[in-house]
Design a protein around this ligand. Structure first.
Ligand SMILES: *Cc1c(COP(=O)(O)O)cnc(C)c1O
Length: 370
């Protein structure tokens, strides 16, 4: 993995925005404990950068998808509770226990095998039981089975009954029928069973729109803390969360082309007049989608379209006026009194915002800013 620190193309993560968004989630849900979801390289924002911003900004724990992300956080020094949301083989139970990583489990066989793999005298493995109330992904779907699993964990010598969870498929939707059904299933499956210290159902959308309907002591928040209104402004106005991400670069070359000159691979773009063309050191090799052609980036508060195909490492923009080499160019974020939001960029490219950010490559340097 090579990070391009000697190039002006970069992602900036605003710590103040992360802190503000965590506070919004705290106020909305009254949660005592917020797991900040930093799976998949923190939705592409950068695992360690985003985790640091989250912890400084008030997150109580971190949630990842796979055990390796949790270990990377421990090795980087994060000592907060870390929850692995996906399933992990019981072969790694001892390693998880050693790192004190909370393991999500969805079947009794795994509990049995994990217990068998754990060493006498070592730390207990904290277990989080997943309940499938309608997501159809992972979790217990049967009350008897779940009840027996809770007994298994409580009777085990080396397992700790730490958490229980479910996940909603439609908490960000206008229609609430499916959501209500999942909630009813949750009650059918769990009411009256022994509950662990951490009972967590809500993702960002549930914590914002379904506040009084479920336990909110512990929540798992991603989307909202990254600065995106989960319903894109449909269920709440979309102005109460702060944009977290800035994607910017700088002009490394500028030239005036005569009318009829072509730009980039395939010579698909031709100038129709004398045209200032600036080159930026960023391309689809950094994860910028090729669909970004024509998107207007911001230069000195002015809009400037991306022209010609994106190359792997470079692209060109058209300008009305020449600007000096070194002039800042903003793809996503504020530039003078103008702003390109991640959502606007996502709409332009017709790609889901997380699909865009997940695509940002390691080469693109990430920096924390205030
Ligand atoms: C990704 C994920 C979350 C975070 O959801 P957001 O909508 O981004 O807040 C919460 N819980 C689970 C199980 C997840 O996989």
């Amino acid at each position: 993995m090579v990070v391009a620190n000697h190039r002006p193309s970069r992602l900036l993560i605003s710590k103040a925005a992360v802190a503000k968004n965590l506070q919004v989630m705290r106020e909305s849900s009254h949660a005592n404990f917020i797991f900040m979801t930093v799976k998949a390289n923190a939705y592409g924002f950068g695992l360690l950068e985003m985790s640091q911003a989250a912890v400084e900004g008030g997150a109580d724990g971190l949630a990842v998808a796979v055990m390796d992300e949790a270990i990377a956080l421990r090795k980087a020094g994060f000592c907060q509770p870390i929850l692995v949301l996906g399933l992990t083989s019981p072969d790694f139970a001892q390693l998880m226990a050693d790192y004190q990583i909370i393991a999500t489990v969805a079947d009794r066989e795994t509990l049995k095998r994990a217990e068998a793999n754990l060493r006498l005298g070592g730390p207990k493995l904290p277990v989080n039981l997943a309940v499938d109330t309608g997501m159809g992904r992972i979790g217990f779907r049967d009350r008897e089975d779940l009840s027996a699993a809770i007994d298994d964990v409580q009777d085990a010598d080396f397992l700790l009954y730490q958490g229980i969870m479910t996940h909603f498929a439609t908490a960000d939707a206008v229609g609430t029928t499916y959501f209500e059904g999942q909630l009813a299933t949750w009650h059918e499956l769990t009411d009256g069973l022994p509950m662990p210290p951490m009972v967590h159902l809500a993702n960002s959308a549930a914590a914002l729109y379904r506040v009084d309907q479920m336990p909110m002591d512990v929540i798992r928040a991603g989307t909202s803390v990254y600065g995106i209104e989960p319903s894109e402004g449909v269920l709440k106005p979309d102005n109460y969360l702060e944009p977290v991400l800035t994607l910017e670069s700088e002009v490394v070359m500028i030239k005036q082309l005569p009318a009829g000159a072509s730009v980039s691979y395939g010579a698909t773009y031709q100038t129709t007049k004398d045209q200032w063309i600036a080159t930026l050191p960023i391309g689809y090799g950094d994860g910028l989608p090729r669909e970004a052609v024509g998107f207007e980036v911001l230069v000195n508060g002015q809009k400037a379209p991306i022209v010609g195909k994106l190359a792997m490492d470079q692209l060109m923009i058209a300008l009305e006026e020449p600007v000096p080499v070194g002039t800042k160019v903003t793809f996503i974020g504020k530039n003078r009194d103008q702003e390109n939001t991640l959502i606007a960029f996502s709409h332009y490219c017709e790609i889901d915002p997380w699909e865009i950010t997940i695509g940002f490559q390691d080469r693109l340097a990430r920096y924390l800013v205030d």
